[in-house]
Design a protein around this ligand. Structure first.
Ligand code: NI
Length: 138
């Protein structure tokens, strides 16, 4: 694939802050850091379109001792089986469980599933991490 070079003009303090940030993150070059920013912006756009097919991970932490919570979470995951690709359950300690659920589908459907799981009474913490199928990114 052809690589195109282009110049960017920006204020010195802004560039210095950017350089400090990318050094801290371990980027080998400004180009690589800017490529990542552009990709992230494209993924955000994908998620805003609602109907684009996309991928995300839902992470939840809960106590398996909470009354009926495990059953409720399992029921929800069966209801949305067509969108759930995989899940991983980790017993964090005697009481707490961590679950990572990988979901694929329309952005609005994935958000709805995440909201339901995270909003289930007894879930201590939950987060939807949004990413992409990668099909439209080089
Ligand atoms: Ni567990």
């Amino acid at each position: 694939m052809a690589v195109i070079r282009f110049g960017i003009s920006l204020e010195k303090p802004l560039l210095e802050r950017f350089d400090r940030q990318i050094r801290k993150k371990g980027y080998a070059s400004r180009s690589e850091a800017i490529r990542d920013l552009i990709r992230d912006s494209l993924v955000t756009e994908e998620w805003e379109s609602a109907t684009a097919e996309t991928v995300g991970t839902i992470t939840i932490v809960y106590s398996h001792e909470t009354h009926e919570l495990t059953d409720t979470l399992t029921d929800l995951q069966h209801r949305y089986f067509y969108s759930i690709i995989s899940s991983m359950h980790i017993h964090l300690d005697e009481h707490n469980c961590l679950e990572v659920i990988v979901v694929k589908g329309k952005a609005k459907d994935i958000r709805a599933i995440a909201d339901k799981l995270i909003g289930t009474k007894g879930v201590k913490h939950g987060k939807l991490s949004v990413t992409t199928t990668g099909k439209h990114l080089k």
